[in-house]
Write a protein that binds this ligand. Structure first.
Ligand code: AFP
Length: 351
């Protein structure tokens, strides 16, 4: 099969996500099926969320809920709903020992009446939710790590593992169609929801991101607060320093949508640090790590400017990180031109 070929299903035969996961699991004779079970549960949650997103206007559930989340942002009602859908889809299966959501301040424990399992799930239930009211694609992002502590319940040490220890990661994009892309470390594979039969069907096996790409996704309204190295990097991507041809700028402002386009078409998404947000905006555990795992499986790369994202040792559940992610050739340029990556390393003058 060629790069990014789309699978052709026939009227009488389809490859569902369930079949694909089972076939991948067979490659691991020691697998217990727990991870596969968790992935099916997440696929079910994705279908339920897709249904809510699609009918958001009709059901009059748009707009802000009363709550403000831990990042100080106003939660949309669909954030709350998506958060609850995911928790309820996965808390009873005996596969997880704990969860952490971008929408909740602390670890979410498995209820006492359910068995605990050997995995932890970290997730952003509805990324880009401030775009919902204007009908822009939103997404769900998830990351799975193995429990490393003793005892049946998960604790902070289990959650704060570097991204290279992920055993699975994925995202769902609720766009013109709903797609789920996941990896368990054997390539990145995409499935498109067929609304007629209510199943995710294999559509993009073994996704390969081009080595360099056309698209540059960055919010350049922050240019006045970028550091000089970031400005120089952006001039390079725009072809203004004469070192390369200009990239095409595309910025949705919904990470999953920007990432997905670049994964399939090639290019880079950047959320650099700036003097107002020295670590950028995006969350290491819920956004950067899972997407970094996927992009590396597709042959791409992800860095905070000076460190591979998957090697960052997390210290806080909700910590943020600068992010440059996408085609390897384009990300390598960021690694060669960025000189600071974290708040601590930024000169005092720009903090
Ligand atoms: P919301 O969930 O508040 O819409 O934020 C979306 C997001 O986390 C990510 O999806 C975007 O890539 C990024 O923020 C956009 O942030 P800027 O508006 O600062 O460019």
């Amino acid at each position: 099969m060629r790069m990014n070929d789309v699978v052709r299903h026939t009227a009488t035969s389809v490859v569902t996500i369930e079949r694909y996961i089972i076939e991948q699991e067979k490659m691991h004779p020691d697998a217990t099926g727990e991870l596969s079970g968790l992935l099916y549960d997440l696929a079910l949650a994705a279908k339920m969320i897709a249904n809510k997103v699609r009918s958001a206007g009709l059901a009059d559930i748009l707009g802000s809920a009363e709550n403000i989340n831990v990042q100080g942002e106003t939660q949309q009602k669909l954030d709350v709903i998506a958060n609850e859908i995911i928790i309820k889809a996965v808390d009873h299966g005996g596969r997880l020992c704990a969860l952490a959501s971008e929408e909740e301040p602390g670890i979410i424990q498995i209820p006492d009446n359910f068995k605990c399992g050997k995995y932890c799930l970290l997730f952003d239930p509805l990324d880009g939710s401030s775009n919902i009211d204007v009908n822009v694609p939103v997404g769900t992002i998830f990351s799975v790590v193995r429990k490393i502590t003793r005892g049946s319940r998960g604790d902070m040490e289990d959650m704060l593992q570097p991204g290279r220890r992920q055993v699975a990661a994925g995202y769902v994009i609720y766009g013109s169609s709903t797609m789920l892309v996941y990896t368990t470390g054997q390539g990145a594979h995409g499935f498109t929801l067929d609304p007629q039969i209510g199943e995710f069907l294999l559509s993009h096996p073994n996704i390969v991101i081009p080595h360099t790409g056309r698209y540059l996704s960055v919010n350049d309204s922050y240019e006045s607060v970028w550091t000089e190295d970031v400005r120089a990097l952006m001039r390079r991507y725009r072809g203004l320093d004469g070192e390369r041809s200009a990239m095409n700028v595309r910025y949705v402002g919904s990470l999953v949508a920007d990432f997905h386009r670049n994964l399939l078409g090639g290019g880079i998404f950047a959320y650099p640090p700036n003097t107002k947000s020295p670590n950028g905006k995006l969350r290491l555990l819920y956004e950067a790590n899972p997407l970094a795992f996927i992009v590396e499986q597709a042959g791409g790369a992800a860095t905070d400017g000076t460190r591979r994202i998957l090697d960052i040792e997390p210290t806080d559940l909700h910590q943020r990180t600068p992010l440059y992610i996408g085609s390897k050739g384009d990300v390598d340029i960021a690694s060669s031109m960025i000189t600071q990556s974290t708040a601590e390393e930024m000169p005092l003058a720009v903090r």
